[in-house]
Design a protein around this ligand. Structure first.
Ligand code: NAP
Length: 259
């Protein structure tokens, strides 16, 4: 399918690895020029060069922490009013409800709510002026079904979801869509480190840890970053202009709910 976005320009935050990288690759395959971002310059440059070589699109890199004011200014300057914005950053640390104080919540809100809101507020006006734009926020299945040990993530991402629900409906009349993608368990470094914790806590092998995870996923496997990226690219395509303010769950059926 021709996604109809060849020649558009995208800012993909937190994209040297994992889900952000999957989104970047799928957009590049559709002919989109990219600004990629991550804190670590080495992996970021390696990903950028690989994408340039394989897809012949322009790729600019910004090595910065996107959750800081300086990092946001840097990515916005490099992207120069992008047509497409993919918001992403690392998730807050796990713990129990009794562990966190106000500063922990402030940090989580800064990373996973205020950073995407700041970038949307900066990028939406030019999208509105052009009469076309796409925003995809990478959030989490925890927005639909809270994960007990991820209370900081549950709180911050739900706040972002409420903001998107209202804002997306104000900008849709200008040809600009905002939607959220909710990963369940996708095969990235983050999943490997979660398996490491299970292996240490239960004294089990990686195969046993993985079997425990798969038992709770009707698809019987982790999702791939390619599947995730393809869904993101479709949401950014010309075909998705009537998909507004949706929360699209990619979890292999893991959340047992009718809707
Ligand atoms: P990942 O494999 O660990 O990749 C994270 C990427 O983001 C890396 O490129 C990392 O590079 C970059 N990054 C992290 N913090 C950043 C920051 N502050 N500024 C700029 N770049 C940053 O993680 P992932 O699995 O793709 O997860 C992406 C997001 O989805 C996270 O918020 C995660 O909590 C959420 N999520 C993932 C899953 C899943 O199944 N994988 C499920 C639910 C939710 P540097 O470290 O070099 O900065």
């Amino acid at each position: 399918m021709d996604l109809g976005i060849s020649g558009k320009r995208a800012l993909v935050c937190a994209s040297s690895k994992g889900l952000g990288k999957g989104c970047a690759e799928a957009l590049a395959a559709a002919g989109v020029d990219l600004v990629l971002n991550a804190r670590g310059a080495e992996a970021l440059e390696a990903t950028a060069q690989d994408i340039r070589d394989r897809y012949q699109v322009s790729v600019t890199t910004v090595a910065a922490d996107v959750t800081t004011d300086e990092g946001q200014a840097q990515v916005l300057e490099a992207a120069d009013s992008p047509d497409i914005l993919v918001n992403n950053a690392g998730g807050p640390p796990p713990g129990l409800w009794s562990d966190w104080d106000k500063d922990d919540f402030r940090a989580a809100l800064e990373s996973n709510m205020l950073t995407p809101i700041t970038l949307m507020k900066s990028c939406l006006p030019a999208m509105i002026d052009r009469g076309w734009g796409r925003v995809v926020n990478i959030t989490s299945q925890s927005v639909k079904a809270p994960i007990p040990q991820l209370g900081l993530s549950n709180a911050a991402r739900t706040g972002l979801t409420g903001y998107v629900a209202g804002t997306a409906r104000q900008v849709a009349q200008h040809g600009v869509t905002i939607n959220n993608l909710l990963p369940g368990a996708h095969m990235t470094d983050r999943i490997t480190s979660l398996e490491d914790s299970m292996m240490a806590a239960q004294d089990i092998s990686r195969e046993e840890a993985r079997a425990q995870r798969f038992a709770g996923i009707p698809a019987g496997r982790y999702g791939t970053v390619e599947e995730f990226g393809a869904t993101c690219a479709f949401l950014c395509s010309t075909h998705a202009g009537y998909i507004v303010a949706q929360n699209i769950l990619l979890d292999g059926g893991g959340i047992n709910a009718t809707f």
